[in-house]
Each structure stands twice: as structure tokens, then as C-alpha cells.
Design a protein around this ligand. Sequence first.
Ligand SMILES: NC(=O)c1ccc[n+]([C@@H]2O[C@H](COP(=O)([O-])OP(=O)(O)OC[C@H]3O[C@@H](n4cnc5c(N)ncnc54)[C@H](OP(=O)(O)O)[C@@H]3O)[C@@H](O)[C@H]2O)c1
Length: 353
Amino acid sequence: MSSEPAPVAEATPPEQSLEPPVKAASSGEAPEHRALVLTGFGGYEKVKVQTRRSGSPGPGELSVRVRACGLNFADVMMRQGLYDRLPSLPFCPGMECAGTVCTVGEEVRDRQVGDKVMILARTGLWQEVVNVPAVHTFLMPEGMSFEEAAALPVNYITAYMILFDFGNLRPNQSVLIHMAAGGVGTAAIQLCKTVENVTIFGTASASKHDSLKESGVAHPIDYRTMDYVEEVRKISPKGVDIVMDPLGGSDTSKAFHLLKPMGKVITYGVANLITGQKKNLMTMAKTWWNQFSINAIQLLHHNKAVCGYDLGNMDEEYELITGVVLKLINLYNEGKIKPKIDSVWSFDQVSLN
Ligand SMILES: NC(=O)c1ccc[n+]([C@@H]2O[C@H](COP(=O)([O-])OP(=O)(O)OC[C@H]3O[C@@H](n4cnc5c(N)ncnc54)[C@H](OP(=O)(O)O)[C@@H]3O)[C@@H](O)[C@H]2O)c1
């Protein structure tokens, strides 16, 4: 896992051919391409490069030659077996990627060969060629690189919907962003900056504070050496308007109590489950034991909202998600958001075969 935002894997060298990378195929057989495959739950060694055949796209589908894939925190959780609704092993992970359309299936009217697209799916995108429903693809804007496009969907859709759909972020409000230097955190900071006079508190390791300040975080907090609740209260005794909670466990309760009246905590992850390369049963038990719960009457008395967000459970909500992506593309074109790429790795470097 990277300590910086949005690492991406490069599926194929950046030449411009629209043909999928092929290994000689016998007649009638689909050509082979490479895929990163999760062969078991556990550490990095469980991810292997293997070859696959994808065949022709079905009705409503596109075949896309993938040029870059995004790596998300959720992929790390998946590798450890800490994610729900996973396909049976072995399977190809990968929730986002970008590439060029090489074949258009029947019934697809709004995509053509050569279109550059970014793709969002629950799994299966860490491959050189993918067949995906056209409704899971979004046209890339002019000037966007494949690496940027592979780092945009998960991070920016998540941050946008949390801040604006659930959070209803408005001018002069304050937001606490945890994991502020990560992919979603970086997206959230850029999106907060599109609203006038928003005060951003961000937790991250100290080495990232200068970069966070440059990005617009007024109050970076080193949660590893400080009590972030105390630090926020020193600056803003009444608390904040919105807490983005990707941590879970006892941090959701802290988030709730840090809210001003009419404040909102949006919980969208359980990063506290991760303490190393492999799943840790003690950590899991502690995190679930400390899980926040509240009943409707208590909520009513507090004048606060608790929301839950999971992009992975919106795979059927094409129109909703497409609407968000169009807004994000407008913001990209206006120069207001831009994915930050930490590093680019080839498939061979990712796998320890
Ligand atoms: N619900 C959804 O739809 C959705 C969608 C996307 C992401 N998420 C969630 O959002 C969170 C952030 O995801 P991301 O992809 O932005 O993360 P990321 O880019 O992988 O960020 C990793 C950084 O987070 C910090 N961190 C804090 N606690 C950590 C922990 N227990 N283990 C490892 N790193 C930790 C570390 O930075 P510091 O050392 O600076 O703290 C680390 O470098 C995750 O909980 C993820 O599951 C949810």
C-alpha cells in the first residue's frame, strides 16, 4: 500500500495501437492477455500475473484495451479477505481502470472504437483487456491521462457524494477529513476548495503535513502522536459540521461527538481493520466491539445525522453515478480537481511471482 494518493498500475506500454495485446491464438480462440489475479487471501504474494482470454463483448458491452488501473484501499481489504460479496477465488480484483475501446458489442449506441474511457466495476479490472457493460464506462475528457482517469472514479465519486449529496457542504462550514493524504482524502480536499471559505481539518502522518497545507488543509493533525479530538476542539470548541469517517470502530463515535448541532458524520470505511499485510483477528474483534450504535430517539435529541456510504453497493445505480461523473468532468475541465498520481507500477512489478 502506498502512503500517497492513488497509485496506479500500467497494464500495457503507452503505445497508441487500439489492438488488444495478443499472444498467438489458435483459430477461433480469443487471444490471451495478462491479468493480475488474487490466488488466495493474505499478503502481497497472493497477487499473481496470469493469462486469460476474454472473447467478444456481449450485447450492451464493450471490449476495452486497458492502459492503467487504479489501486484502492478496498483492494487491500479484498486481498486480505475483508470485503463482502467477493467472487470465489481465484479472481481478478480491480475496481477502476482506463483504456481505449477496441470492440463495441451489439446494442451499444453511445460508444465507438477508439473512445478513451474510464471504467468503474466491483472487481475484475486489473487486466490488459476487459469486457464491461457500456453503462460502467465514462468518456475521458480531452487532456486527461490514462493514469489520471484510472485514479478518478472511486476516489472522486466517493468524496463528491459524501460531501455534497449526504454532507450538503455549504460556504463557511468545517470538515474533518481522515486519511487526508490518501486517494479519497485528496479528492475531498480539492472538492472542499470548490466551496467558499470551508475550513478543513485533516488527519495524516506528520511527513505529509506540508503537502496538505499547500492543498488547502488549514489544520493538519498527526493522529499518530496527538489526540485529534482534542486538537479539533482547541481550534473549534463547538466541533465541525461534517466528519468523513473511513476508520470505523471507536472513531465513528468520536466523529459523532465532534459534530456541531445539525452536523453530519458520513461513515464509509473500516480502515481500523487493517494493521498489517494480513488479517488480524484481535484487531477485527476490537473494531467490531467498538462499533458505534445509536437509536432513533437518541439521534433526535442530538440534532445530528449519521449516514453510511458504499459505492461498491451502487453497481446498479448507473444514472446516479453517471450524473456525478459528469459533474466531476466539468470540475476537471475547469481545473478545479486533478487526481494526484503517487507512482506507476507495471503488472510484473506488482506481482511477486
Ligand atoms: N465506501 C466507499 O464507497 C469507499 C470508497 C473509497 C474508499 N473508501 C474507504 O476510504 C478510506 C480511504 O481509502 P483510500 O483509497 O483513499 O486510502 P489510501 O489512498 O490507500 O490511503 C492510505 C493512507 O491512509 C492512512 N491510513 C489511516 N489509517 C490507516 C490504516 N489503518 N491502514 C493503512 N493506512 C491508513 C495512511 O496515511 P497516514 O499515515 O498519513 O495516515 C495511508 O498512507 C478506506 O477506509 C476505504 O475503504 C470507501
